[in-house]
Design a protein around this ligand. Sequence first.
Ligand code: SF4
Length: 377
Amino acid sequence: MKNRYAGDHDNGAVPSFLLTKPIYPMMPKILVTRFSATNSEKLFGNYQRFGRNTRIMDWIDKKSLLLATCGAHLTGVDADEYITRSTAGPGAGGPGSFFLLENGRRVRLCVDPGSEVVCMHHGGGAVTCDLAGETFSATLEKPGLHCPRQAYITVTESCTFSCRYCSVPKGRGRKTKEGIVALIESVLSSIDAISLTSGVLKSIEEEEEYVLSVVRDIRRFSLPIGVSIVPTPAGPLRMKEAGVYEVKFNLETATDALFSMICPGLSRAVIFDALRESVPLFGRGHVFSNIIFGLGETDEELATCMRSLAETGIIPILRPLYPAAALASLKRPGAERIKTVFLMHRDILSRYDLDVSAARTMCPACTGCDLIPGVDS
Ligand code: SF4
């Protein structure tokens, strides 16, 4: 598949609409050229040439670079208690990942001894990180289950569908309700929310029924519960009645055409309808949808998708592609594009008065894998 964006942008070209439509007044043109590289060596070189001697990197630049690089070499004092080994989310099944916190803002990094980003652990979670020739201090956060401050549980670690980006292993099966309760109890003192996601063991209907039965069992913890599954048309109302606080149904791609290539057998229209029906039930700003970018979509297509969600009160979460599974040969978006998409995202959420910082569950409350308007900026 030809990556249209990579073809235009990774060579340093800027989409013409970015230059002619002043919808990103905060984006100086120098950044457009400064982050034009795609591999980390060239990227860091550019940063040093244009940025290091003139100012300290701000958090948006820093997180853009970290998200583009994706991994870091975590060294120094043993940090195993800070490493999470997940079966869902970016990097699932890999050597693990860890969460850095700087001034209350979070980023998740995969453990990668070969990375040019080096985080030195001094003990007690205190780290100093070298990034693009700059050193900054941060702290390591202990994960609850999967991410900090949440028990984020994959109910069924198997799926009958074959979404091309997904590395959820087949055949691992389903957690029992008793097992899920025990998992939550094991981290109860360190979490503020419970989030559930799931593959599809038999059918979308059967999976939803099982996840809702789990929700009824875990209401006893009196914590906000977020659910991210493939919904049935009746799913939003049933989830509300079961006690779910927030929902996230992932459209995954910016366009229908990409969806049918990436997620064969699933219906983007059904997911979109469920999102729309969820807004009056859960409230504006408490309904989310992950959109992966880096699949070959254009920025215009991404903006159109974001607007179509935001105008109905749904918050899109923009996620740079983590090349894995059948998409392992694609490139992760570079820092320049991650920042460009963030600025578009921020503009659109502001226009529709949507506040991600009110989220209590799932990825919008975690923020580790994405640049989130209103939290990171
Ligand atoms: S942002 Fe979502 S996928 Fe990433 S670590 Fe947090 S909860 Fe997991």
